[in-house]
Design a protein. Structure first.
Length: 140
């Protein structure tokens, strides 16, 4: 009966936590867990490419807080939720803050495409130019 014991249940990753709490912004999952006293573990794994770290959360605590979120009794800041005016305002601010980066990426892609098209046009025009083209001669 050790498998049925909640202490031996598989702990949830942050991805599963996001599915359990869909009303919470992904960037605020850990803050929500801390505010509502959800037990969590910090995991570390060594691999060929270096160290990987992640958090896991206790499933019974996650279920308890999911019910509290649904009831409106969970300890939450308004901007942690997806559906509050504060969260919408924060989204607008983040979009405005990220706008220069988005414009810069678009310009970088556009300039790269212009350079590639220019190179292709130049190469094609050199290959079709009359100076490099000599028709076959059939005169003997």
């Amino acid at each position: 009966m050790a498998a049925a014991d909640p202490e031996h249940a598989a702990w949830l990753t942050e991805r599963k936590l996001a599915r359990a709490w869909p009303a919470i912004r992904p960037t605020c999952l850990h803050a929500t867990a801390n505010a509502n006293k959800v037990r969590n573990n910090f995991r570390v794994s060594q691999s060929t490419w270096g160290e990987s770290t992640w958090r896991t959360y206790h499933p019974a605590d996650v279920a308890r807080v999911a019910g509290a979120i649904a009831d409106g009794t969970a300890a939450l800041q308004p901007h942690w939720r997806n559906d509050t005016p504060e969260a919408k305002l924060l989204d607008q601010r983040l979009r405005r803050k990220n706008l220069p980066g988005a414009i810069g990426c678009a310009l970088l892609i556009a300039v790269t495409l212009v350079i590639i098209v220019t190179i292709v046009v130049v190469v094609i025009s050199w290959n079709d130019s009359p100076s490099s083209y000599s028709p076959p001669s059939y005169w003997h």
